[in-house]
Design a protein around this ligand. Structure first.
Ligand SMILES: Cc1cc2nc3c(=O)[nH]c(=O)nc-3n(C[C@H](O)[C@H](O)[C@H](O)COP(=O)(O)O)c2cc1C
Length: 189
């Protein structure tokens, strides 16, 4: 990676900070309608870098990321599962590619670690005002045909990216979540 090309790697004084982490965490939501505004290449790279830096079990980093911006390919990808239709309208998508797990333990580690990479990607995107949305991939054959990843890999998820068309990202005051007191246990259950 060439530092000169990636402004997010330059921590010089006056380095432009994005919104604070706490704001980004509260503002992230699944965005499924995107404006036609394109994403800058630097922003996309910063989002990918967030994924690359994610922690993983024994640092095995079970991921490759394929970035898709072509409308034709995004439209094709939107057909990989019933829940992926909205990917067709995204400015970009990141396909998470991982080694096909050879057992239950490997599968658990893979999904846990891809989840961590996903959340890093989504929080980084939110910090830049860019919306993101998950889409599970059911049809691996179609995904492989569109993306050309090797036989020993699979693509469990797509992350759609783009500026939200419904409303800008802003901290959500009352998130649709179980009440704090119901799910937080102190010392013991
Ligand atoms: C593992 C996983 C798979 C998901 N798959 C899809 C999907 O295929 N299509 C979709 O529209 N949303 C998908 N979602 C988004 C969830 O529905 C969403 O995160 C959840 O309803 C909470 O909403 P929020 O992200 O806006 O807070 C997925 C989320 C996760 C964590």
């Amino acid at each position: 990676m060439c530092p000169a090309r990636h402004s997010f790697l330059r921590p010089w004084p006056g380095y432009q900070r994005s919104v604070e982490t706490w704001d980004a965490l509260r503002a992230r939501r699944n965005v499924r309608v995107f404006s036609s505004r394109p994403l800058s290449a630097d922003h996309v790279d910063q989002i990918l870098e967030a994924g690359r830096r994610a922690p993983s079990s024994r640092n095995w980093q079970p991921w490759d990321f394929i970035v898709i911006t072509g409308p034709g390919r995004l439209a094709e990808l939107s057909r990989v599962s019933p829940g992926a239709g909205y990917v067709a309208g995204a400015a970009a998508a990141i396909a998470l590619i991982a080694p096909t797990p050879d057992g239950e333990r490997a599968r658990d580690r893979t999904h846990y670690d891809l989840g961590q990479a996903t959340m890093s990607i989504m929080v980084a995107a939110t910090g830049l005002g860019i919306g993101s949305g998950h889409a599970g991939v059911a049809d691996q054959l179609r995904a492989r045909k569109v993306l050309g990843f090797p036989e020993d890999r699979f693509c469990p998820y797509l992350i759609a990216l783009g500026y939200p068309a419904d409303r800008p990202l802003a901290p959500i005051v009352r998130p649709d979540r179980h009440p704090f007191e119901d799910i937080v246990h102190r010392e013991v259950w």
